[in-house]
Ligand binder design. Structure first.
Ligand code: BGC
Length: 749
């Protein structure tokens, strides 16, 4: 029997919360609570989406008039989807000046990757492996949104996912939990800052398990083991709570048979219990009502009772709390103390945001004018966009492009598209407001650039609330594109997905280039071998043919407002790409889920037939997690493990010499992975446990040091306890999850 060392993780959330003269705020909250009627308390727990033209006349009749009456009676605590100083001010004035207690509303909005000025989609940002840049990007988004009267963003989304079919992969940080936790904390800190008028309350979502929807089909069943839950799904949420996130959002899915919104295990036991989270939990859109649709509650009353009992504090657009809770309390089915706890949490957040000190804190129209779309926003978006680009292939150094005397054919509908780069969840961005690749490249090419559309991504654009079915392929633009390619030295083809092919409700069962884009690519390659494929997409794609046949491939995602400028700067070598994939790209959809940190199987090693494999595809990804090239090359040497003082409580030190062996200055994300060789729960073949962004001039060598402590060496058991077990480990260091430099070490009891 091995000895288990149980590590008690200190809950940082308690430490953080105390910072804000907690006692004083708590007293204010309790004083206010004591003055509230039951109906007013329940009102704080009720959130509606904007339901009328706020600056127009009051609604007359119907549902809107009903809600309007609730607003004036203090029965709405929050609104979402109302933006802009003028509208938010009109709304806030009603809450503050016309209700009995004048409790300000908290105004929520999905600020996912920017507000009016957009940064790259979150998955793309994660490819930067640059936590400072990611934090700054969240801070910029918060500043622009806060200037428009918003107090609270429904972000970051931190659902770990290994299924590229799921449309919401674009909103997260990819497949790895260790990295996901760091990104989650960076985003929370970026949004919330010091809670000034330039910040927003963050709302980590979707708690929990939503990214493991079966088959990648959005809203589908989630059935995961406890080890997956504790080791893969929950760590980013815990990191977000520790970073001081003020609110959480639960999720639509059932988790092992229980709707997350009705899960006391997730909300009361873990989040509010073990992690000591003292903010509030908002439901997802109508998810309290959906408890019935999951077949878990018989009627609205039971759904409401389950949600409040489980710890859901605010009802987003479900209307259940406001219609059911009062009676449930009066009938003795829900204790008023549960309501008090929820309201206390909501008021606490409003106090922390400063809304009681000044409900109009966020409502300065001069600030709105100065900040919205400012130079600062555009510069930050461009910086983040460049850092998010991943170079997947670059045979014979086709890239960077020469700036002089090169005739370029730029091909593909997406090359001239000013809309798709904005991505899904685009806040208040104006349609077609992104810089296209065509516009970005025109700044470099002195009229030596010919553009031809070639083909559509597929026939018919999608909008946020519309879906267009793929219709038969149209080849009418092929000839023009082939001619342009024949007369060019280099062809740049921009292919991929429209913005709204990913995001909520946008799952796909194919992962290849949609429509006849690949046919066009083949015909272009037949007349000109010098093709650079620039991908614009919101998820990993299956690019087996492309990877085998196209000499240069650049993953440029949906990069936001400055997309075209960022792509042009990378193509022309003014910026040397350093991004790494935060999610594995499969050979084909049949391999999905394919992820680097899989468990060993007893039959993982190749034999003749009877080993775990596909007969027609490898087990590993085409482009694995952590993969990405540079215009220069890097060499890793001299991996050393120093654990001499580990027993005295010092970290294990891992060092490696990293040299820039190529012809450009560059930046490398040096990565460290760990494998626990034998453990009381089978461990992944590799787990990311450290990375560093290292800048190296050409020819330069630096010794990179990583440290390993109990925090990196352990794992959670099925009860959610964190264990570090003695025994043998292998450490891998290198340029991706396929890193091959390795060393073994032992830790003793
Ligand atoms: C989504 C959430 C989002 C909410 C409000 C829901 O449909 O799942 O992520 O924050 O709508 O827009």
């Amino acid at each position: 029997m091995r000895t288990l060392k149980l590590i008690l993780m200190i809950s940082l959330s308690t430490v953080c919360a105390k910072g804000l003269s907690q006692d004083n705020i708590e007293k204010k909250v309790n004083d206010l609570l004591a003055k509230m009627t039951l109906a007013e308390k329940i009102g704080q727990m009720n959130q509606y989406t904007g339901f009328w033209e706020v600056t127009g006349p009051a609604p007359q009749g119907g549902d809107a008039a009903n809600k309007y009456a609730q607003l004036k009676a203090g029965q709405i605590g929050s609104m979402l989807n109302v933006t802009g100083v003028k509208d938010v001010l009109a709304l806030q004035k009603i809450a503050v000046e016309q209700t009995r207690l004048g409790i300000p509303l908290i105004i929520g909005y999905d600020v996912i990757h920017g507000f009016k000025t957009l940064s790259p989609i979150p998955l793309a940002e994660a490819a930067s492996f640059d936590l400072a840049a990611i934090k700054n990007s969240a801070a910029m988004a918060a500043k622009e949104a806060a200037a428009a009267g918003i107090n609270w963003t429904f972000a970051p989304m931190m659902d770990i996912t290994r299924d590229a079919r799921w449309g919401r992969v674009m909103e997260g940080a990819g497949e790895d939990s260790y990295y996901g936790a760091l990104v989650a904390a960076a985003r929370v800190q970026g949004f919330q800052g010091n809670l000034t008028e330039n910040n927003l309350a963050a709302c980590p979502k979707h708690y929990a398990g939503y990214g493991f929807a079966e088959g990648g089909r959005d809203y589908n069943t989630v059935d995961v083991s406890m080890q997956r839950l504790f080791n893969d799904i929950l760590p980013p949420f815990q990191a977000a709570a520790n970073a001081g996130a003020l609110t959480f959002m639960n999720s639509f899915n059932t988790l092992n048979g229980v709707p997350a919104t009705a899960s006391a295990f997730l909300q009361r036991d873990i989040l509010k219990g073990k992690w000591d989270f003292n903010g509030f939990i908002v439901s997802d859109w109508g998810s309290i009502r959906e408890i019935m649709l999951h077949g878990y509650a018989a009627d609205e009353a039971q759904a409401g009772q389950m949600a409040i009992t489980a710890g859901s504090d605010m009802d987003m657009e479900g209307g259940i709390y406001v219609s059911q809770l009062e009676k449930l309390v009066k009938d003795g089915k829900v204790k008023e103390s549960l309501i008090d706890d929820a309201v206390r949490r909501i008021l606490l957040v409003k106090f922390k945001l400063g809304l009681f000190d000044n409900p109009y804190k966020y409502l300065d129209s001069n600030r709105e004018k100065q900040i919205t779309g400012s130079k600062e926003m555009h510069e930050a978006a461009l910086d983040m966009a460049k850092k998010s680009i991943v170079l997947l292939k670059n045979d014979n150094n086709l890239l960077p492009l020469k700036k002089q005397s090169v005739r370029i054919a730029l091909i593909g509908e997406l090359a001239a598209d000013k809309n798709s780069p904005l991505g899904s969840w685009r806040g208040a961005a104006v349609e077609n407001s992104a810089v296209s690749v065509l516009e970005g490249m025109q700044k470099y090419t002195n009229n030596r650039l010919t553009y031809a559309k070639g083909t559509n991504v597929y026939n018919g654009q999608q909008g946020f609330t519309t879906e267009v079915k793929i219709t038969p392929d149209n080849r009418s633009g092929f000839d023009e594109a082939i001619n342009a390619a024949k007369n060019a030295d280099v062809v740049v083809m921009v292919l991929g997905e429209y913005a709204f092919m990913t995001g909520e409700g946008r799952s796909r069962s194919h992962l290849d280039l949609p429509g006849n884009q690949q046919d066009l690519l083949k015909e272009i390659l037949a007349v000109n071998k010098n093709v650079v494929l620039v991908l614009n997409n919101g998820r990993p794609l299956a690019l087996e043919w492309e990877a085998a046949n196209v000499p240069a491939i650049v993953e440029a995602w949906q990069l936001g407002t400055e997309a075209g400028n960022a792509i042009a700067q990378v193509l022309y070598g003014d910026y040397n790409p350093s991004g790494k994939l935060p999610m594995s790209f499969p050979y084909n959809v049949g391999q999905v889920p394919v992820y680097y940190n899989m468990l060993s199987t007893a039959r993982g090693v190749q034999t003749d037939v009877f080993w775990s494999h596909y007969t027609d595809a490898p087990n590993t990804a085409l482009f694995p997690f952590g993969y990405g090239l540079s215009y220069t090359t890097f060499e890793y040497k001299n991996l050393k493990v120093n654990k001499k003082d580990f027993a005295k409580g010092e970290p294990i030190k891992i060092t490696v010499d990293l040299t820039n062996t190529g012809n450009y200055n560059g930046k490398e994300v040096a990565q460290l992975y760990l494998h626990d060789i034998a453990a009381s729960i089978a461990q992944p073949v590799k787990k990311l446990k450290g990375f560093q962004l290292v800048e190296l001039k050409k020819g330069e060598t630096k010794t990179v040091e990583f440290t390993l402590t109990d925090k990196e060496l352990g794992f959670y058991n099925n009860e959610g306890e964190y264990l570090v077990e003695p025994g043998k480990f292998t450490v891998f260091v290198g340029t991706s999850s396929a890193a091959s430099l390795k060393a073994d070490f032992n830790i003793m009891e």
